[in-house]
Design a protein. Structure first.
Length: 411
């Protein structure tokens, strides 16, 4: 049932019924056949009351198919009485096609249009008396066929259009429902992602302790062992005492620097009150001053505040990467690039140093060996990845990629 037809049914039936009555009154002195005016008015009143009761006053009954069949049959009786009273009521009988679409479901409207077409044809040939005159039946049959063809095509077309509209509306409703579910799923996924990061951080505490134990053993413990060895050598060889003491001091300074770096790896103080690009800039500047090597940081994209775990991991990755350059690369220049993209944030550390073969296994020794593994472990805890590109004599490039989850849980 279209909104247009519903609008017509609020005034068109009563309007055509009233106009037809006026035409009957205006044709009182013409040869057009009619019943007594009192009978005409009575039939008009009954018809108006029938339509008003079933349609105007009870629009909700449209959904009750049994009641609507009763209404439509009563309407056909009223139409037949009106045409019997005067053929001029054929103008009103035409609204029966609208009521067929209103009261009958689906293709039953075509069946309902048949009696309406018959009554309309009866009015068009001049009423019931005309059927009995010569050739009246033939004219009546032709009029019925014409009305049936026109009404059948119109109602069939309207029914198919409504069915297509109903299918389209259902598709739009399904699409809207799917969009709502997708939005809910995205919000839930963002919340779960943030929750997983927290759980991963808690589950990774043991791994972090093990990593720190490895660093303490390989760096600090070995450094202290070297200091003790130099001091013992100084006592055992008085002539070389100054040389061994100088070596012990040098080892102590190196151990202190490594201890400070390890403490910073536990809690990046550079992030206290500073954004990640500024904190990385401070790390790069300090490292450059300490090592005497040229290093620069480039930031691309629109910086935004990420979850603390993600920013801390990127900062630690930069520190570890620079430390590896200082230890192993023998580089002359280092470049860092921090890139903010829609869904991810990447940190690239490149040097022009000696390079190495990434496919060659690297064992953890007293000289190190935990750097790249530690970076991968840190990144994996926040669903990040680490890519390494290097070859002997051609420098090294590492690329850390992490999800761009901002404070608040959205990417």
């Amino acid at each position: 049932m279209t909104d247009t037809r519903e609008g017509w049914l609020t005034w068109l039936p009563f309007g055509t019924l009233f106009v037809s009555l006026l035409l009957v009154i205006a044709a009182l002195n013409t040869p057009i056949p009619r019943q007594d005016l009192g009978v005409v008015v009575l039939v008009v009143a009954v018809t108006a009351a029938w339509v008003g009761w079933w349609v105007t006053l009870h629009p909700g009954w449209q959904q009750r198919h049994g009641l609507m069949v009763v209404f439509f049959l009563g309407l056909l009786v009223c139409d037949l009485l009106l045409v019997w009273a005067s053929p001029l009521f054929g103008f009103f009988v035409w609204t029966g096609y609208l009521f067929a679409g209103y009261a009958l479901p689906g293709m039953w409207r075509v069946a309902g249009a048949v009696p309406v077409a018959v009554i309309s044809a009866l009015a068009q040939i001049g009423g019931i008396p005309t059927v009995t005159v010569a050739d009246g039946a033939a004219f009546f049959a032709v009029a019925v066929v014409i009305n049936l063809v026109i009404a059948g095509v119109m109602i069939y077309s309207e029914t198919r259009k409504e069915q297509a509209s109903a299918v389209r509306d259902k598709m739009l409703d399904d699409l809207a429902t799917a969009n709502v579910r997708l939005e809910e799923a995205l919000r839930e996924n963002a919340g779960l992602h943030a929750q997983l990061l927290v759980q991963a951080r808690e589950a990774g505490m043991l791994d972090e302790r093990q990593r720190m134990a490895g660093e303490i053993h390989d760096v600090l413990a070995q450094g202290l062992t070297g200091i003790v060895t130099q001091l013992e050598a100084a006592d055992a060889h008085p002539r070389e005492r100054e040389h061994h003491l100088a070596a012990a001091k040098r080892l102590a300074r190196q151990g202190l620097a490594e201890a400070r770096r390890s403490v910073q790896a536990l809690r990046p103080q550079q992030l206290d009150g500073a954004a990640l690009p500024e904190a990385l800039g401070e790390v790069v500047e300090s490292w450059s001053e300490l090592t005497g090597l040229r290093a620069e940081l480039v930031t691309t994209g629109s910086p935004r505040r990420l979850l603390p775990e993600i920013e801390a991991t990127l900062l630690r990755t930069a520190q570890e990467g620079l430390a590896n350059v200082a230890k192993h690369a023998d580089a002359g220049r280092v470049g860092l690039t921090l890139s903010y993209m829609e869904d991810v944030v990447t940190l690239d550390v490149r040097d022009d140093g000696a390079g190495f073969d990434p496919a060659e296994p690297r064992e953890a020794t007293a000289d190190g060996g935990f750097g790249l593994r530690a970076m991968r472990e840190r990144l994996s805890r926040i669903a990040g990845t680490l890519e390494v590109e290097s070859e002997p004599g051609a420098g090294t490039a590492i690329s850390a990629c992490v999800p761009a989850i901002t404070v608040g849980g959205t990417a």
